[in-house]
Design a protein around this ligand. Structure first.
Ligand code: BTN
Length: 246
């Protein structure tokens, strides 16, 4: 992973270039990194603020031999990788808000956007985009968004070497990925749940069709969200937003 790194000072979105590069045949493990994105993309069509030199904006191209529905597991894997790097390298214990937001002290410091190209029952490639707020001062963080944003600097009280953090992430990801391919999802699930935010607590779940108050039970063997439905029965969700109360 990261044997080929494509670096741009400024780009619309590393996701766009990753798709293009993958379509052109880029190898598994190719990584696109930018200092600045002018059209950073978040989940649910939201924008992602990617100020120059302040954070890590990267996209990885993966070519796993997996069934398409298992790509969700890669997203959760990526979240555990970022959580491990924050925990071990920065020295603060983060939490993961389902499916893949990294929170420090309850505020969002990183997000992951997974996009997949599949044909029939085969993954052509997966692009995992990671956005990590690193060196923004509190006043530089975006405010006009639906959640509270933070940066590693704002929570740890100092600035960090972005290049070094990228190295840590790529290395940690490589190990975690190999172990996942070899041993499957159980280890990832266990680690994810050890960082999981609000497991065992009441949350608000919003899907395309419905919104209700639910107990967050954890994640399923396939990576789905496990929670109670309106009747209190256990249910699995693949696409939803969760909210909670302070
Ligand atoms: C989210 O939490 O909504 C996901 C944010 C993902 C942002 C990253 S930054 C690198 C890559 N390029 C993008 O345009 N988006 C992802």
């Amino acid at each position: 992973l990261g044997k080929t790194i494509i670096h741009r000072e400024s780009i619309d979105s590393t996701q766009f270039l990753a798709h293009q590069t993958a379509r052109d045949g880029a190898a598994h493990g190719t990584v696109i990194i930018a200092d600045e994105q002018t059209k950073g993309k978040g989940r649910m069509n939201r924008e992602w603020h990617s100020a120059p030199g302040k954070g890590i904006w990267l996209s990885m191209i993966l070519r796993p031999q997996l069934l398409p529905y298992l790509a969700a597991q890669l997203t959760l894997l990526a979240a555990t990788v970022l959580a491990d790097v924050v925990n071990e390298h920065i020295g603060v214990r983060p939490q993961i808000k389902w499916p893949n937001d990294i929170l420090i002290n309850g505020k969002k410091t990183a997000g992951i956007l997974t996009e997949m190209q599949a044909e029939q029952d085969q993954i052509q490639y997966v692009v995992i985009g990671m956005g990590i707020n690193v060196n923004q001062a509190e006043v530089e963080l975006p405010e006009n968004i639906s959640y509270k944003a933070t940066s590693i600097r704002a929570e740890s009280g100092k600035e960090w070497d972005i290049k070094e953090l990228i190295q840590q992430i790529l290395q940690t990801f490589e190990h975690a990925y190999e172990s996942y391919i070899e041993n499957g999802f159980p280890e990832v699930k266990e680690k994810w749940e050890s960082y999981g935010f609000k497991i065992g607590e009441m949350i608000d779940i919003k899907t395309m069709q419905d919104e209700w108050r639910s107990e967050f039970l954890g994640i399923a063997e396939d990576g789905a969200l496990l929670a109670t439905d309106r009747e209190g029965h256990e249910t699995k969700l693949y696409s939803a937003e969760i909210k909670w109360f302070e």
